[in-house]
Design a protein around this ligand. Structure first.
Ligand SMILES: Nc1ncnc2c1ncn2[C@@H]1O[C@H](COP(=O)(O)OP(=O)(O)OP(=O)(O)O)[C@@H](O)[C@H]1O
Ligand SMILES: [Mg+2]
Length: 336
């Protein structure tokens, strides 16, 4: 399979690793996904890069692919019918102008129908971060619409693949309340895959071991670290601001947060305030209620069962060690 080129900070880099995930895509392509597959995982773990590579993979497997990533303003119609392609691109242009993302998200239903009306074929819809664009309130209904496309197609299809990615922590529970999709987590990169990526970065850089321990294999954090000139303190400062780790938040939850930076599993206890968990999930600091480390449940390789150094517990994990470090530093700075 051809490997695509992805943007990595100021570099263009070949998509590396994720072999296991790409084999899963092949498997889905051969069988169809019988539900929309909703992929969630730490911010910057590589969902977008993976979905882009998926477009290429499915194309090579003879699929007609509609791809939308409203937040990045990228829309692709890799389809055999030129007029469907231009229809989609016209809609994309219109949407980029007026930012009514719901229209193009919904147009996917009509376009797939149009593709199938002409000929029974293989179709795929790849939607990245659509929930943020259409609003979390509409997310479940959208997924239901996609499921209907699979279960009650107006025109018959040969095979169908529907993949959605979300980095919005709360969408998981919003979507998970219904049985309309299969929700699959994706973790940061494995050590080997991450090392491959690290080696593609030119110039002077800290030893791999340090970078691994700082980022936990998260390619997004790797790119940010590279952009700061490998200044992890500066990156932690940015995170404290971005995540809204304000004195008010820190002081309110200081006792609990003190425990959680030592061991995220401290949150897996019946007396933890629900509000705190909700906020940590909403801020994309932790992943709560981690899936069993059975390959079948994960896109690509699951993380280890536990890795205290990287902040991974059996049921709760810091998204990356940098996320934990931001909270740890904020705890130090905002003492009462
Ligand atoms: N397998 C890979 N090979 C090469 N580069 C990668 C790979 N995975 C991710 N990257 C790069 O790492 C950065 C972060 O990845 P990406 O944007 O795909 O993460 P994400 O999970 O979609 O993040 P977000 O949660 O913010 O949407 C990007 O620059 C991306 O191109
Ligand atoms: Mg993304």
């Amino acid at each position: 399979m051809r490997r695509i080129t992805v943007r990595f900070a100021d570099l263009d880099i070949e998509f590396v690793d994720r072999d296991m995930a790409l084999r899963q895509v092949e498997d889905w392509a051969n069988k169809s996904t019988w539900y929309p597959v909703v992929i969630f995982g730490p911010e910057g773990c590589g969902k977008t890069a993976f979905l882009r590579q998926t477009v290429e993979a499915l194309r090579e497997l003879d699929y007609n692919v509609l791809y939308l990533h409203p937040l990045d303003r990228v829309f692709m119609a890799e389809v055999d019918e030129p007029d469907v392609k231009s229809l989609f691109l016209d809609l994309a242009r219109q949407t980029l102008a007026d930012e009514k993302w719901g229209r193009i998200a919904l147009a996917v239903f009509d376009l797939v129908r149009e593709l199938l009306r002409r000929r029974k074929r293989r179709v795929a819809v790849i939607a990245d971060d659509v929930f943020q664009a259409i609003g979390l309130d509409n997310a479940a209904a959208y997924v239901k619409g996609l499921l209907n496309m699979i279960e009650h197609p107006v025109y018959d299809y040969e095979k169908i693949v529907i993949l959605i990615a979300t980095s919005e922590g709360l969408s998981r529970s919003e979507i998970g309340r219904h049985r309309w999709s299969i929700i699959m987590p994706m973790w940061n990169m494995t050590r080997e895959g991450f090392q491959e990526l690290y080696e593609r970065i030119p110039g002077n850089k800290p030893p791999f071991e340090d970078v691994w321990r700082t980022t936990g294999g998260n390619p997004g954090m790797l790119s940010r670290l590279y952009l700061t000139g490998w200044d992890s303190d500066a990156l932690v400062t940015q995170l404290i601001r971005e995540k809204g780790l304000t004195p008010d938040f820190i002081v309110r939850w200081r006792v609990w947060l003190g425990r959680v930076v030592e061991d995220p599993e401290a949150l897996w206890s019946p007396d933890v305030p629900e509000e705190l968990i909700k906020q940590l999930v909403a801020k994309n600091l932790i992943v709560y209620n981690m899936y069993d480390r059975d390959q079948a449940f994960w896109v690509d390789a699951p993380p280890p069962e536990r890795d205290p150094e990287l902040g991974i517990g059996r049921d709760v994990a810091w998204q990356t060690p940098l996320h934990r470090e931001a909270v740890r530093r904020a705890l130090k700075e905002y003492r009462v």
